[in-house]
Write a protein of this length. Structure first.
Length: 375
């Protein structure tokens, strides 16, 4: 049995080595995707175009506007002269956000009362709008705190107002760099796409070219054929993870604080799930075009339900239960926890066990489907 599996394994490696375009696909596209997605996937936004309409024209209002002008998150595109200009610039899409400072802003500040500032935002892109509003709130809050401190310092009375100061202490990501969160996720998503495609197309290509029937008339069993097909792609998958993870660590300065053997175990179980999924797709499809369409239909839901970009806790309860069938969901927890938190096996074993159960179930289903498709 092991000799037959070894022959199939060697055959797959020889076939990969002879395929120059295949070798190119294994190295260059994952690296390019790692670099592109590593820069593109981020919660942070910069240089948001904004307009300002200042009806107060005081030193205080100009100081507040300067806070936005010198912020890296905003770019002062237009100084509006009237309300209609603000409406026109937002409706035309020239700017997604406008700041309106009404008359009496400085007077309200000096009296110690509330000094409201109106923010008009284009809600078409709700994510950008919410993030931009968060930045606006942070800048105005800091301006209010600085102004209160200056006023308090000028007071001659010994009585001082009691204030509560917030001192944030972010753990594991002190600078709250969203790229540290996304890069491990990009590693996982690129890996599952590459491995599922490789495995699915390899078996379908054998079937399409007619070599699968020639192999199966030999004494090899279907289980041995599947093992011989999965072992090379398992090793290739480990190489892909090492390549793009090293790129993420070196290029994007993402720290790795965990145990590499824990990550290796989690990666092995994740690759088992990906390979089994690729084999299952190959048993359903007869041509490479069908395999491509099936990969698209399967991988997109896996990505959306994994929690890579959309929190699982925000999904309906029915979808939260369905995510338990998504191996990418569990691997994202493992890879992010090992990269950023240094979490060990004692805390990650439930996620490892889930991937092991999913991988075994998918592999068993793939073997059954493969036998049935041969019949």
């Amino acid at each position: 049995m092991f000799e037959r599996i070894a022959h199939i394994t060697v055959k797959e490696f020889i076939q990969l080595w002879r395929d120059k375009w295949g070798r190119f696909r294994l190295i260059v596209p994952p690296l390019l995707q790692m670099l592109v997605f590593g820069y593109a996937a981020t919660f942070e936004i910069y240089n948001v175009q904004m307009a300002v309409l200042d009806f107060d024209h005081t030193q205080e209002s100009r100081e507040l506007v300067s806070r936005f002008a010198f912020s890296p998150y905003f770019h002062l595109q237009r100084i509006a002269g009237r309300d209609s200009t603000v409406a026109d610039t937002i409706e035309s899409g020239e700017v997604p956000l406008a700041l309106v400072i009404h008359a009496g802003f400085a007077k309200a500040l000096t009296k110690g009362g509330s000094a409201p500032v109106e923010v008009v935002v284009d809600g078409t892109n709700s994510n950008t709008a919410l993030v931009a509003l968060g930045y606006v709130g942070a800048i105005t809050s800091q301006f209010s705190a600085d102004y209160a401190a200056k006023t308090s310092a000028r007071e001659t009375s010994s009585a001082r107002a009691v204030t509560v100061s917030l001192e944030p202490r972010p753990w594991f990501n002190p600078d709250l760099n969203s790229r540290w969160f996304f890069v491990p996720g990009v590693i996982a998503t690129i890996t599952i796409v590459m491995v599922v495609n490789l495995c699915a197309f390899a078996v379908v290509r054998e079937r399409e070219m007619g070599t699968l029937e020639q192999i199966m008339v030999t004494p090899i069993r279907s289980s041995e054929f599947i093992l011989g097909k999965t072992v090379p792609f398992f090793l290739v998958g480990l190489g892909i993870v090492a390549l793009i993870a090293g790129t993420g660590i070196v290029w994007f300065d993402v720290p790795f604080t965990g145990n590499p053997f824990v990550l290796l175990l989690g990666t092995a179980l994740f690759l088992l799930c990906a390979l089994a999924l690729g084999l299952l797709i190959s048993t359903v499809c007869r041509t490479q075009q069908q395999a491509f369409a099936a990969n698209f239909l399967v991988l997109n839901p896996l990505y959306i339900l994994s929690g890579f970009a959309f929190p699982i806790s925000s999904m309906p309860m029915a979808l939260q239960w369905i995510t338990a069938l998504d191996p990418l969901r569990f691997y994202l927890v493992v890879i992010r926890a090992t990269f950023l938190k240094g979490v060990g096996l004692a805390d990650l074993w439930p996620y490892m066990a889930s991937m092991a159960v999913l991988g075994a179930a998918l592999l068993a289903l793939s073997v059954l489907r493969f036998r049935k498709s041969l019949d």
